[in-house]
Design a protein around this ligand. Structure first.
Ligand code: ATP
Length: 388
């Protein structure tokens, strides 16, 4: 039986890790590959702001989940403290007596191999399987391999693999700038965004794609318009433009869901409803949309509030809530009597625009024999008082 051990910090696991592991497993003909995230790497400190061990383990499981004969092991995380490979190898040998063990590593690890704890024992018991991480590294790997062979009679194989120049460090730096998505397996990226690990913010294009997939196609142009309007309004009034975009992109994601599904989502996200809301699906999409934004896309409370209140409005709205309510009302695809006046006002006096918007909504509902929600009536009262 041939077993590969691939250890690392996987903070986070990226496409370079997965591609290297896949190539090595195929080239070495492994029966089993153990991917083992360490607890505390011996040669470096975990970066500040790293996720908890359990979250890193989960990301690693998501990254390698699709690989045949591969198992992500929590043995080093369970063991805790500095993770020394020699101890891991002893454990694996005990568990799989007689197995031929390959220790997979990138060229950077080979260069410092003589500093590893009890590296000579490691060399006696396993074959090193080394792959280049970046172009131009092969020559150095070759020289170091020769060096180790001469000194210790090392068993070493190089794995041919088209390098993917990427590191976890680079990704940790990119994620808060809404970059780095293409360097991660999709499931890993989605999980990072969901929990906003590493201070990550979603790439707008990715978020749009996710949101538009949840919409009826005819609604996409409205959402696009709303995003542009929200960004402009936010810039005009000093609200957070990035949050405005996230809220606008996601504000209608549950719009097409029927009452049953809306109620199920409300129960799932712990959203408490009043009598009117329990019977009226249209009023619920803002709340369930906010729930998905928070729990599936990791949006913060401000974005949550802006989505949550975009249908009815309410008293004491925050600036971002006002921006999203208004952007939804006046985005370029809207066409109704009075919209031009409302658009002009929205950039001149946001509160007066809101007053006009609430009044128009209430009138429109009454003209169609719909009882306006008490929140909207309250919002109108409030904005009038504010102005006084
Ligand atoms: P960091 O940037 O945080 O130091 P890293 O990207 O180097 O992280 P590790 O988790 O430390 O990733 O690496 C685990 C193992 O994967 C090591 O053997 C390393 O050489 C290898 N490795 C890392 N990145 C690549 C890559 N792009 N291609 C091939 N192997 C890689």
């Amino acid at each position: 039986m041939k077993i590969g051990i691939f250890g690392g910090t996987f903070n986070p696991p990226h496409i370079g890790h997965v591609a290297a592991a896949r190539e090595a497993a195929a080239e070495l003909g492994l029966d089993k590959l153990l991917v083992i995230p360490d607890a505390q790497p011996p040669h470096k400190e975990l970066a500040a702001g790293s996720p908890a061990d359990a979250e890193r383990l989960e990301l690693t499981r998501l990254a390698f989940g699709g690989m045949k004969r591969c198992r992500v092991s929590d043995m080093e995380i369970k063991r805790g403290g500095r993770s020394y490979t020699v101890e891991t190898i002893r454990r694996v040998r005990d568990k799989y007596p007689g197995a031929k063990i390959f220790l997979l590593m990138g060229g950077d690890m080979l260069m410092c191999f003589e500093q590893w704890r009890e590296f000579e024992e490691i060399l006696k018991t396993v074959t090193l399987a080394v792959f280049a991480r970046r172009g131009g590294e092969r020559e150095r790997i070759f020289r170091q391999s020769e060096n180790l062979r001469l000194k210790y009679g090392t068993n070493l194989r190089t794995v041919e693999f088209d390098e993917i120049e990427v590191s976890s460090t680079q990704i940790r730096e990119a994620l808060p700038k809404r970059l780095g998505r293409e360097l991660l397996p999709e499931a890993v990226y989605a999980e990072i965004i969901k929990k906003r690990l590493y201070g990550a913010k979603p790439e707008y294009e990715w978020l749009r794609k996710k949101a538009y997939a949840m919409l009826e196609p005819k609604r996409i142009s409205h959402v696009k318009g709303c995003e542009e309007e929200a960004a402009k309004l936010a810039a005009r009034w000093g609200a957070d433009v990035e949050r405005a975009r996230e809220a606008a992109i996601l504000h209608d994601i549950t719009k097409k869901e029927k009452l049953d599904e809306q109620l199920r989502l409300c129960a799932k996200y712990g959203i408490i409803l009043d009598e009117m809301e329990r019977n009226e699906g249209k009023l619920l999409h803002s709340k369930t949309g906010a729930g998905i934004a928070r729990y599936e896309f990791g949006c913060d409370d401000e974005v949550y509030g802006a989505i949550f209140w975009h249908t009815t409005g309410k008293e004491d709205m925050s600036l971002l809530e006002k921006v999203i309510y208004m952007a939804d009302y006046i985005e370029p695809n809207r066409d109704f009597e009075g919209v031009e006046e409302l658009r002009r006002l929205a950039y001149q006096d946001l509160d007066r625009a809101l007053e006009m918007g609430f009044s128009m909504s209430i009138e429109d509902m009454r003209s169609r024999n719909i009882v306006p929600h008490a929140r909207t009536l309250g919002a109108l009262e409030w904005i009038r008082k504010e102005k006084r």
